[in-house]
Design a protein around this ligand. Structure first.
Ligand SMILES: [Zn+2]
Length: 278
């Protein structure tokens, strides 16, 4: 994944850390590798500092924190333009990066929750330790595009909230609303990946100049590690219980990301209107 020209704005991006309760021990190094990870307990990252650090695509190529900012901006630029094409307005959602725990409009959350979107306050919450866990616990390859997939999936939930789809995501089981909602968010992540290198920023040029087959493979590898069946089999009790599915199987998650990526069409992500979830 290469990041190119244009400025990296941080409008709508809030980055702060709530460190885990380890007597003030810094969790530096977790997730973002230095940089943001070295922020002290309870401190909030100074957005203006980040803004001065993350000005160009070159900054994003050098600095992982800036690359994450670039991905968030690219995802939101895509949806801004896509909503405008269909005659509606996309409202940008802030991203909160946290470590340990965080208070949200949906209540308090710990790292056990992993990354999530809160429809009540329309904000994305990214647990930075999850990026590490994807590698250490789930066995994923890791890398920037793994993180990009996670970010784009969460913004997919924001899109669903704006479109009024979120409330359909209820229940558990292989054909539940929850599974359909999650697979649609995967599909939306794929749609963004399709457009990532052709979506111009406000400066007129795309921020991301290239999405490679390796990038897509690392997203698919990640998807295959966070399917309900994979988690139940490898990280749970070893038994697959389909009645408890909330996100879909690994195969389904790969299928819907791929559908979004290959078509580039949000309309093709109609997981609620199909009998064939894969
Ligand atoms: Zn989700």
């Amino acid at each position: 994944m290469a990041l190119g020209g244009g400025g990296v704005g941080i409008v709508g991006l809030i980055i702060y850390f709530v460190l885990s309760q380890l007597g003030g021990v810094s969790t530096g190094g977790s997730g973002l590798g230095g940089g943001l990870g070295s922020v002290g307990s309870g401190q909030q990252v100074d957005n203006s500092k980040l803004s001065s650090e993350c000005r160009t695509g070159a900054d994003a190529n050098k600095n992982h924190d800036c690359a994450i900012v670039a991905v968030v901006n690219s995802v939101q630029d895509y949806w801004t333009q896509q909503f405008a094409r269909s005659g509606s307005t996309y409202r940008k959602a802030p991203t909160n990066f946290f470590n340990g725990g965080v208070r949200t409009g949906c209540g308090s959350a710990t790292s056990d929750t992993g990354p999530f979107y809160c429809p009540a306050d329309s904000e994305v919450y990214i647990d930075l330790s999850f990026f590490d866990e994807l590698k250490t616990r789930f066995g994923a390859q890791g890398g920037l595009f793994t993180e990009a997939y996670v970010l784009a999936h969460e913004y997919g939930h924001h899109v669903q909230n704006l479109l009024g789809t979120s409330k359909k995501g209820t229940g558990t089981g292989p054909t539940s609303g929850s599974v359909r909602l999650e697979l649609q968010a995967d599909c939306y992540a794929g749609v963004w990946a399709n457009h990532a290198s052709t979506t111009p920023t406000e400066s007129g040029k795309p921020l991301i100049t290239d999405v490679t087959q390796d990038d897509i493979n690392s997203a698919l590898d990640t998807a295959s590690r966070i399917g309900d069946d994979y988690i139940q089999e490898n990280l749970g009790g070893g038994q697959v219980d389909r009645s408890k599915f909330t996100h879909g199987t690994s195969a389904q998650r790969k299928k819907w990301f791929t559908t979004g990526f290959q078509t580039g069409e949000p309309a093709r992500c109609d997981t609620f209107g199909t009998n064939n979830l894969g």
